[in-house]
Design a protein around this ligand. Sequence first.
Ligand code: FPP
Length: 235
Amino acid sequence: MDGNGRWARRRHLPRATGHRAGVSTIRPVMEACHAAGVHILTLYAFSTENWSRPRHEVAALMQLFGDTIDSEVGEMNAEGIQIRAIGDRSKLSPRLQKKVRAAEEVTSANTRAILNVAINYGGRHEIVAAVRDLAVRGADLSQLDTETLSGALYTAGLPDPDLIIRTAGEMRISNFMLWQAAYAEIYVTETLWPDFGAADIDRALAAYARRDRRFGAVPDAAALVEEAVVAPASL
Ligand code: FPP
């Protein structure tokens, strides 16, 4: 959800106001995703690196997370949305941890859509935490395979993301789902997160629909040509 700071700066407003404006984007984006048949959405709200921002900005963000849970969870629950948090929540204040846990618990049986909120999340940290967790549970790490590691990540049980949308024009992954993003399609838009909306989701999904996802294989047409060249007698 990048670009909140720039959105605020352009209006001569404090950065925290940009983050608050960013919260208003969440609901229309979720609705647009749902209308398009996308039922799992992850929002990158706070990275493990975001602690290095000025103290007052971090405090404003933490306050905003709590306020957003208070103001949104009731309605999301009524709409059948399951809320999950991914990331190292042990560094959040006990009060915020409690709110996050309560939001997860109250929505845990919902099946209409899943909203994953990445908070104090970092892809590198996630992988290290998963391996440590396996070691602590006595797993034989010399036999570690991709399925076992996937099952120890915060996203265990969820499919890998098909599409990652980055707002505000940055061309980098910023420690987001490093493992799970192996074959994700990436869509970058100049639109700042507070200005992002249903039309942008539609544009991103239209671009996604034009992608040729090969997961490392050759395109279908190339495979057919190769087959014809290698085995002409069979034609
Ligand atoms: C990045 O923009 C945005 C963030 C670090 C925070 C995003 C968080 C929210 C919108 C609140 C969401 C709340 C919940 C509970 C999901 P930036 O500050 O890096 O923008 P800039 O690059 O333009 O400065």
